[in-house]
Design a protein around this ligand. Structure first.
Ligand code: ATP
Length: 726
């Protein structure tokens, strides 16, 4: 990093735009008294963020702006720019050149720009703090402040060291955190006060509205319960109604099927009816004919009888009387024998013998007595017998026909009866189904009426039937009796709570909301406060750690430079010990070890805020206090500290205004040699009247006031030849 350029416009005596180019090493600023050299130092200090008027040698903002001369009018604004080479990335920004510009107008409005982007003062201060630059340390030392370190307070000394060690950035963060902590504490107090103010009023409102608060809970409970109740009821009816549809469908299907079957059966019955036999008249005719044949037969049989009698008589007349006597005699003997016979078998055989003799007698007589007449009679008899046989055969035919016709009628009747019964039975089945259907429809209607009734109840309870119907699946089944009992109880509770005062209830809710909001704010604020405390503690530890570890190194260097400048003796920086400890009375309740921890923490806290004291012993002199040192000695001592600091932590540049003023020639030379040496690590801008210092410079700027009251810069090379008028 390199401070490349300083530009001033309208700043103090630099009315015109003035540019100082630097190329590292030592830039000496020389010129007559009052020419404006120190104004250059002020410009750098101002742009680094200095706000204290005293440190800028003015009383008010306007003192920084060119005030005008007899010949030149004043200007309206002052602007100072520092331009750095950042090709090494020293500053943590993505620019190879960094420009910091500060501008102020007469109205007092000041602006900062970082590479042309406007930023806040605090951004600039922290930007420089990271680069170990600032206005609190020893990197800028004003004229007459050569003994600054010695004459500063222990706390100021600590600040100076912290800035050059780069710890100021943490101090800034810490200050920021402390400021936030303070704000947070103020806010905590405010919020606490409001909360405390609210609590009694809230309690009062709570007491007043408790029953209504509960009421709204009860109403909610009732509403929930009623919803469950109605949902269950709806579900129950839907389940029942759903059962009817498939049953009716099933019956309709059966009716359809059975109607089809009935039609078929009716068709079959019709067919059977159509097959009814039409020959009943035939049967009558047969009967008539039969009757006729019967009478005919009986007549002919009578005729046959007569013929047979005639034949028998004719035969008997012609039998031989002798033969008949002999035969009768024989018969008499046989019959007489018969009467003596006791054996039944023999009797039977002798009777047969008798019959045989009679038959033989008769046959003999017919054969013998046969005449033509008899033959005629026999012939007539045969003819008649044949006729009778013919009639009998005819009758037999009629009887067969009659039997056929009768059996045909019988099977018709049987079939008809069967088909008729089937039709009737099917009709019965259909009637049964119709009655089932009517019964189901009747039951369905009952449930529809129940549903209607339930809907009315739901509407009366101020609920939306469709909304309840929409999600019946998720409702848990409950005991209807139990639920009804609870609903009744809740309704009774609501009725007994009385009318709600909504204004009071709203006020309670509003107050409670406010209380809750403030309470949560309080929690947030307390958390933020704790976080900030932790952050502050962490930063304290970090700062203290680095400070203590650097202090030893600084002391080594300090002692070395001290001996070099004072020709011996020794010197040391140390943390002030005399800071009075807080008086803490021992706590009886604490164990010794705990007491010790508390004391150690106290010590740590003291160490963190402890300032820096200087302990020294000069060669050949007995010095009791710093006040006893001469002005030159004080400057030497301060310069020794400055060198010790920059050898441990070299800042990018130092701006020193005549800090060599109080040094004698030998020490001025030594000073010149040392800064020459240090200029390898840090850039120097030194206002000086000392020749030795001027000789050490790589470039010299001469400040003049050619035009009365307006500063001008001349750049001079080491051969002391003026080369440029700026
Ligand atoms: P020395 O060597 O005596 O310390 P110097 O070169 O450091 O002198 P400065 O103190 O820088 O001189 O300059 C002081 C000059 O600047 C004074 O003449 C003063 O009038 C002039 N000056 C200061 N403020 C303004 C301003 N706002 N407008 C015009 N001129 C100003």
């Amino acid at each position: 990093m390199l401070l490349k350029r300083l530009e001033l416009i309208g700043f103090k005596s630099f009315a015109n735009k003035t540019v100082l180019d630097f190329s590292g090493g030592i830039a000496g600023v020389v010129g007559p008294n009052g020419s404006g050299k120190s104004n250059i130092i002020d410009a750098v200090r101002w742009v680094l963020g200095e706000r204290e008027a005293k440190n800028l040698r003015g009383d008010k903002v306007e003192d920084l702006i060119f005030a005008g001369t007899q010949k030149r009018a004043r200007v309206g604004m002052a602007q100072v720019s520092l331009i750095f080479d950042n090709s090494t990335g020293f500053f943590p920004v993505d620019f190879s050149e960094v420009s910091i510009v500060k501008r102020i107008g007469r109205e007092g409005h000041s602006q900062y720009f970082l590479n042309k982007a406007e930023v806040r003062l605090k951004d600039i201060v922290s930007f420089f703090a990271k680069a170990r630059l600032g206005t609190h340390g020893l990197t800028i030392i004003n004229q007459g402040e050569g003994d600054l370190f010695v004459k500063s307070s222990p706390e100021e000394r600590r600040e100076m060291i912290e800035e050059i060690l780069g710890l100021r950035q943490y101090q800034i963060k810490k200050k920021d955190a402390q400021r936030k902590l303070k704000n947070t504490s103020v806010n905590i107090d405010k919020v606490k006060a409001v909360v405390e103010e609210i609590i009694p009023h809230l309690k009062f409102l709570k007491r007043q509205t408790a029953k209504w608060e509960k009421l709204s809970e009860t109403e909610k409970e009732l509403n929930d319960l009623e919803r469950i109740y109605f949902k269950n009821k709806l579900k129950e009816i839907f389940v029942e109604l759903d059962k009817f549809t498939p049953r009716l469908k099933e019956i309709d299907e059966k009716v359809f099927q059975k109607s089809k079957e009935l039609k078929i059966l009716q068709e079959e019955l019709r067919k059977v009816e159509d097959s009814r036999p039409s020959n009943r008249t035939q049967l009558n005719d047969i009967q008539l004919k039969k009757d006729e044949l019967f009478s005919k037969k009986s007549e002919q049989e009578k005729e046959l009888g007569r013929l047979e009698a005639k034949i028998e008589f004719s035969s008997l007349v012609k039998i031989d009387s002798q033969k008949a006597i002999e035969t009768l005699k024989d018969l008499r003997i046989v019959i007489k024998n018969l009467s003596e016979e006791s054996d039944l078998e023999k009797l039977k055989s002798k009777l047969n013998e008798v019959f045989l003799k009679i038959d033989n007698f008769l046959n003999f007589g017919s054969e013998q007595g046969a005449s033509n007449e008899l033959l005629e009679l026999k012939k007539s008899k045969d003819e008649l017998s044949n006729k009778i046989t013919g009639i009998v055969n005819e009758l037999e035919e009629f009887r067969k026909a009659e039997t056929n016709i009768s059996s045909g009628l019988e099977s018709f009747n049987f079939e008809f009866k069967k088909a008729f019964e089937k039709v009737e039975s099917k009709k019965d089945e259909l009637a049964e189904l119709e009655s089932d259907k009517n019964r189901i429809n009747f039951n369905a209607e009952r449930f529809n009426l129940k549903m209607q009734d339930l809907k009315t109840q739901i509407e009366q309870a101020g609920k939306d039937v469709n909304e309840l119907k929409s999600n019946l699946e998720d409702v848990a089944p409950t005991s209807v009796f139990e639920t009804e009992r609870k609903i009744f109880k809740l309704k009774a509770e609501i009725a007994s709570a009385g009318e709600i005062d909504h204004v009071l209830l709203d006020e309670f809710k509003e107050t409670e909301k406010r209380h809750d909001f403030l309470s949560s704010q309080l929690i947030d604020l307390e958390k933020a406060s704790n976080d900030l405390n932790v952050l502050i503690k962490d930063l304290d530890f970090k700062i203290n750690d680095e400070f203590i570890s650097s202090l030893n190194k600084i002391n080594e260097e300090f002692n070395k430079f001290f001996q070099l400048m004072f020709g011996g003796g020794k010197a040391k920086l140390y943390l002030e010990k005399f800071k009075p400890k807080k008086q803490i009375l021992p706590d009886e309740s604490l164990a010794d070890s705990e007491q010790k921890i508390i004391e150690e923490l106290e010590d740590e806290e003291n160490e963190m805020s402890a300032g820096i004291e200087i302990d020294l012993s000069l060669p050949r002199k007995k010095i009791r206090g710093l006040e006893m040192l001469s002005g030159g000695e004080k400057s030497l001592l301060s310069i020794a500290v400055l060198f010790a600091l920059i050898s441990v932590s070299p800042p990018p540049f130092l701006v020193l205004d005549e800090i060599d003023a109080a040094l004698d020639e030998r020490n001025t030379r030594r000073f010149a040699e040392l800064i020459k040496d240090f200029s390898k690590k840090s850039q120097f801008i030194i206002v000086t009247h000392n020749r030795a210092t001027m000789e050490a410079a790589d470039v010299l700027y001469g400040v003049t006031m050619e035009e009365s009251g307006v500063s001008k810069i001349l750049s001079i090379d080491l051969s002391n030849q003026p080369i440029t008028n700026r």
